[in-house]
Design a protein around this ligand. Structure first.
Ligand SMILES: Cc1cc2nc3c(=O)[nH]c(=O)nc-3n(C[C@H](O)[C@H](O)[C@H](O)COP(=O)(O)O)c2cc1C
Length: 391
């Protein structure tokens, strides 16, 4: 367990989502506006369902911050669910459920069936309310606090979408600096670094929607300005590549995570796979390539961190493309289909990916530099950066 940790709670249609972050140093400047900007980014992306039109996520800080600075005590962040007003009877804390509103039809690809069996629920709403990616709202709020820390010490975390379904911009990315990819992605409705390609993506997503289909895709998260030596080789659970992979893989619907060239490295000869080492006065050690994605031996090597994640298509499908399933009560077959869902959520998942990578990096940063007073820690990071350049 790291020095920095968080717990979150809340059901998709409950009154609110909450997170408690523990281990944030004192004296970090943070505002609800800063957190809200990140929350808004998660809500965007062409192809989202009706829910995101209802919600306008806003963070409320309930503890751990006073006059815009952290106190070093646990920070509680709450985001209210606007949609809750429509669900007060279904999601009531007291009283009895009405059988009419029970969900007994499990969707293939979702947590419904295994969750129902595991916890002994006959109303699958008890599963999907928490399995839902609505939960990632507070991950993004926590990630925003972490991002603020990283930003203060010159570490920038960003993301962009590489592909949705078969449509990819991978080939166009060659030679484009990471931060430019990010800035351009912020102007695209699908968060690829090529807003001029948006129409093609919109067409594909529209087609999927008309067909009752859903889509997945690939996104990349990067971090620049990361000092050498975050994470460690000394024990399996301190290796940063493992920790980042777990954090990103834990996002709903993520089924593959690569660091750097990842699976691509498996095809190469060693001489073409590794990043040669160079040294320059005043700059210290550096690489001209970054196939390792900034991590060697479970530690950052000073090059940008690059994480790639594959998201499967959204499990909830519309009527036309219903998949076969079986009712848990009657055992009768039925076509699993719903009316309201995202068609694609890769752009939003990329923002959640940024949050998870930010959390792991902030955790590793505090492990190395302490976690009491942010002003002290910032100085230590600066001093360490000077040391690494002169090593
Ligand atoms: C940002 C985001 C939004 C999502 N939106 C939906 C959705 O609207 N409908 C749906 O069925 N699944 C959605 N998912 C995916 C499911 O939550 C996920 O597939 C499900 O919980 C099962 O978990 P698993 O895919 O990791 O095995 C979304 C995932 C993310 C990251």
């Amino acid at each position: 367990m790291g020095i920095l940790r968080f717990l979150n709670a809340g059901e998709s249609h409950g009154p609110a989502l909450t997170a408690i972050i523990e281990g944030v140093p004192a004296n970090l400047q943070i505002s609800t506006d800063y957190i809200n900007r990140e929350l808004a980014r998660r809500q965007q992306g062409y192809g989202r369902g009706g829910r995101m039109k209802i919600e306008k996520d806003r963070a409320e800080i309930l503890s751990g911050v006073r006059f815009g600075r952290t106190l070093g005590s646990p920070i509680t962040i709450m985001v209210r669910n606007r949609d809750w007003e429509n669900w007060t009877d279904v999601m009531a804390v007291e009283g009895e459920p009405t059988e009419k509103r029970e969900i007994t039809n499990p969707r293939p690809g979702h947590a419904d069936l295994s969750g129902g069996i595991k916890y002994g629920f006959t109303d699958l709403r008890n599963v999907l309310e928490r399995a839902s990616a609505r939960e990632t709202t507070t991950r993004v709020a926590v990630g925003a606090v972490c991002k603020k820390m990283l930003e203060d010490v010159g570490i920038k975390v960003g993301s962009y979408v590489v592909s949705i379904g078969e449509l990819s911009v991978r080939e166009l990315l060659e030679g484009m600096p990471l931060e430019e990819r990010f800035e351009r992605a912020e102007r695209s409705v699908v968060r690829t670094p090529f807003p001029e390609e948006d129409e093609k993506f919109k067409k594909l997503i529209d087609l999927a929607r008309e067909e009752g289909e859903s889509l997945g895709g690939v996104f990349e998260v990067f971090a620049t300005g990361v000092p050498v030596g975050l994470g460690s080789y000394v024990h399996w659970d301190r290796r940063l590549d493992g920790r980042i992979s777990q954090a990103v893989m834990s996002i709903q619907a993520i089924k593959g995570v690569e660091i750097g060239e990842g699976f691509g490295l498996a095809k190469k000869f060693g001489s073409q796979a590794h990043d040669e080492i160079f040294w320059e006065e005043g700059k210290g050690f550096y690489r001209k390539t970054n196939r390792a994605g900034g991590i060697e031996g479970g530690m950052t090597n000073g090059e940008p961190i690059i994480v790639r994640a594959a998201m499967k298509p959204i499990p909830t499908l519309m009527k036309k493309k219903a998949l076969h399933s079986v009712n848990i009560k009657t055992k009768q077959p039925f076509d699993a289909a719903k009316e309201r869902s995202d068609v694609v959520a890769v752009p939003a998942a990329a923002v959640v990916g940024e949050a998870m990578v930010s959390f792991v990096l902030a955790q590793a940063l505090l492990e190395k530099f302490g976690n009491d007073n942010w002003e002290e820690i910032k100085k230590r990071v600066e001093e360490y950066r000077r040391y690494t350049k002169s090593f």
